[in-house]
Write a protein that binds this ligand. Structure first.
Ligand code: NBX
Length: 764
């Protein structure tokens, strides 16, 4: 190992050698490609974590972010590469700009998968992520006429060398009506000072990007050509939904074939598969791996009942939501068309369940012949976990209570985490250096050591924290101006809500606050300091109300900016095409972290952890991991408001929520909602969209924005007042940074391994 590291270091000193000419004579693209090759060699020299038993983390998404800097940091090459480039008058930052971000995920679930691979690699666990090589991934978002536009994100066609390496594996997947062949691509996932994990992505050989017409539209009936073009093709019609089932089965069949072949190669006789493989099913998109594995085992001569037991011992399922509409449920007729070979298996699994349990809620196939993927996962795996303490408790006591009664020992919690390599060391190097100077660098491998920061609290440390925040805000200001021409004031409070656009996350609550603040300024009630409200969010292309919220935010942004008084005190910015790269700029610059989901609905959240680690304070409901953050930092160091999850669940059960009565009885709510249809807003935007949103809030408000409105306003006001006492504020930030250690994904992964996977770390 020591030799490998030395060799790696030696190789790393030669950018020019990789470029084939002196640095000074290279274009930035040539330097980028040289670094890419250097990193790939260094990663290969380290090798991948090995062991008899291997984790296969199967996921439709891996939101990995740009790789160059992160890999350089993890391989210990960052400083010398930076210095070598600087000596030749070149900048690593400029090269980073050339890299396009892999568009392989959409939200928290995909980013979690990426953090988990980083931690598996770092902890020495033999692990692979398995997913799909989407050509255009999630759409690229732009704003036109204050609306979201979607275009393909052709991240793979960028004329540079790629992190993806074509593996020699080729497999065939049989659908009901035709066969396809697939090719496997590998991306090395470097660990921090360790060997690597791998991200293994399947593509279909018949994929054809020429199918894409007009924006992100394409003929979804051309399955073989369109299969891997996009992550989550529009599923507002049956053609789109069937295409998703094709995608999922393609992923699952490839994964199952690969796993069995590899395990046999490592010595498994397949009856002992659980000694060789742990399969983690990331939400329900990979659920068909269960019947597919059973099918392949039966094909290899194992009796059905035994195959079912083997698969149960191998598979574990992670649930990421309690929203009923997000739990996948496919008509059996779709499966019959896509993969008829697994339908009899699913029917037999369903029949088994029916024999032992009559409860309709837990059946795999319901009376309308819909297959409930999560139900299949729970019956056919040995572990079902939620992703934060509150979420797991709601699953156990409410949403999945009948399953819990059947299988109490299978339920467990694994509170999410984030990798501190990307979310502090890489994105906030000044903060990381300050921590090193203050408590040493042991926290980089054992994040709980961050608590020691509290022993060093004094004016000097708090002053340094404030100065770092200020510089990060300036850096963000420079970036957003370059990115989309927006000018923001680093003197102002940066109040940030960045996450996928969804009604349950309640960006509309923040929007109503901003309208209320604007109306207040117009009426002469000035804030203590300018507030810059920053949103980052993509809306699913077919999610109309989510797009209406984006439209209203963009219209309001224009209205406020055009007002010569208000624009001195309030600014609303929506980041175009929010992604990991934008998050890396934004999060270190935030003062306020908005985590305002309707209590009980956000399974965990992971942005909340990233903001905390970067010294922002949370304004949040007692939901998801916010509850655990509050417990760790104490009531004085977080700003919470709103109804509790118990109250919300009771409200839903009573079914008597009436938004109209709030609208009529609360003047501020009425004024804010009415403003959506004001002359100024209508002049900035589309009356239909604004009207639809106002109507939705007044007449439905399914995620109960109004009952929390007053409490939100009051707590945000208290928070903005607190922000004016710099020393006390920074002291609260310090507590948040110090207590963030629990949320390292190294802790999460160690728990998965202890309780579910039982892998042996590669000790070399
Ligand atoms: O998973 C997210 C949850 O909403 C977060 O609370 C949680 O922190 C995170 C990681 O556990 N879920 C998520 O991102 N889901 C999806 O993006 C999704 C996409 C497609 C679909 C269902 C869910 N059909």
């Amino acid at each position: 190992m020591a030799d490998a590291v030395t060799q790696t270091r030696d190789a790393g000193t030669g950018i020019a050698r990789y470029a084939g000419k002196p640095i000074a004579n290279c274009t930035n693209l040539e330097l980028f490609n040289a670094l890419l090759r250097m990193v790939r060699d260094a990663a290969q020299a380290r090798g991948t974590n090995q062991g008899k038993k291997r984790l296969y983390y199967v996921s439709a998404e891996f939101l990995i972010g740009k790789l160059l800097s992160n890999n350089l940091i993890n391989l210990g090459l960052y400083e010398q590469v930076r210095a070598e480039l600087a000596a030749a008058g070149r900048s690593l930052a400029e090269l980073e700009e050339l890299e396009s971000e892999p568009s392989l995920g959409n939200g928290g679930l995909g980013r979690l998968a990426a953090c988990f691979l980083d931690s598996c690699a770092t902890l020495g666990l033999p692990a692979d992520g398995i997913g799909l090589a989407y050509h255009c991934g999630l759409f690229r978002q732009s704003f036109l006429g204050n609306k979201q536009c979607e275009t393909p994100d052709g991240w793979l066609t960028w004329g540079q060398e790629s992190w993806m390496r074509r593996a020699s594996l080729h497999q065939t997947v049989s659908f009901g009506d035709f066969d396809v062949t697939s090719t496997l691509y590998d991306i090395d996932v470097t660990g921090y000072g360790s060997k690597c994990a791998r991200l293994r992505l399947f593509d279909v050989d018949s994929a054809d990007e020429r199918l894409i017409k007009d924006g992100i539209a394409f003929d979804k009936r051309r399955v073989a050509q369109g299969l891997t073009l996009f992550l989550y093709p529009d599923d507002s019609d049956d053609e789109g939904r069937i295409l998703r089932v094709y995608q999922e089965y393609f992923m699952c069949s490839n994964a199952a074939q690969l796993i069995l072949a590899e395990c046999e190669e490592r010595g498994s006789n397949l009856r002992d598969l659980a000694d060789y493989a742990a399969v983690q099913i990331n939400d329900t998109h990979p659920s068909m791996i269960i019947p597919e594995l059973i099918r392949l085992l039966v094909q290899r001569g194992i009796a059905f009942d035994e195959a079912r037991g083997i698969v149960r011992d191998v598979c574990a399922y992670t649930n990421h939501t309690i929203l009923a509409e997000a739990l996948e449920c496919w008509p059996k007729s779709f499966l019959q068309r896509v993969a008829p070979q697994i339908v009899p298996i699913i029917e037999r699994l369903d029949a088994d369940v029916r024999k032992s349990c009559k409860e309709p809620f837990v059946q795999i196939v319901d009376e309308h012949d819909n297959v409930h993927m999560a139900n299949m996962d729970i019956h056919l795996s040995h572990s079902t976990n939620g992703v934060a303490a509150l979420h797991t408790k709601i699953l156990e006591d409410v949403e999945l209570a009948p399953f819990r009664r059947l299988y109490p020992e299978r339920f467990n919690n694994k509170t999410n985490g984030i990798t501190f390599r990307r979310w502090c060391i890489a994105c906030n190097p000044e903060l990381a250096a300050l921590v090193d100077r203050t408590i040493g660098d042991g926290w980089r491998h054992d994040a709980t050591q961050l608590e020691r920061l509290l022993e060093h609290e004094d004016d000097a440390l708090l002053g340094e924290l404030a100065a770092i925040k200020r510089r990060n805000k300036e850096r963000f200001a420079t970036w957003i101006e370059r990115h989309q021409g927006a000018k923001v004031d680093p003197e102002s409070v940066f109040d940030v809500q960045s996450k996928r656009l969804h009604e349950y996350k309640r960006q509309q609550l923040n929007l109503l606050w901003a309208i209320d603040a604007y109306l207040g300024i117009k009426a002469g009630k000035l804030p203590r300091r300018k507030v810059t409200v920053i949103f980052g969010a993509k809306a699913a292309p077919a999610y109309t109300i989510a797009k209406d919220v984006i439209h209203a935010i963009l219209c309001l942004s224009q209205v406020v900016a055009a007002d010569p008084v208000a624009n001195k005190w309030l600014q609303i910015v929506m980041i175009e095409n929010y992604n990991v790269t934008a998050a890396e700029r934004l999060i270190p610059a935030a003062d306020i972290s908005e985590q305002i989901s309707l209590a009980s609905k956000e399974a965990s959240g992971t942005g909340n952890m990233k903001f905390m680690l970067n010294g922002a304070l949370t304004l949040g409901t007692m939901d998801g991991a916010n509850v655990e953050i509050a417990g760790l930092v104490g009531a004085g160091n977080i700003f919470t408001f709103g109804e509790s999850s118990d109250e919300v669940i009771a409200r839903y059960q009573r079914g008597d929520y009436d938004p109209m009565s709030y609208y009529q009885d609360d003047e501020r709510i009425k004024a804010a909602v009415d403003f959506l249809l004001s002359h100024d807003m209508l002049a900035a935007g589309d009356g239909h969209s604004l009207d639809r949103l106002a109507h939705e809030l007044m007449c439905k408000d399914w995620f109960m924005t109004f009952p929390d409105f007053d409490a939100y306003l009051a707590e945000k006001d208290r928070m903005l007042e607190a922000a004016e006492d710099e020393a006390t504020w920074q002291s609260k930030c310090l507590v948040n940074i110090a207590k963030a250690g629990f949320f390292s994904s190294d802790r999460t992964i160690a728990e998965y391994n202890r309780d579910i996977w039982h892998l042996t770390p590669d000790a070399d």
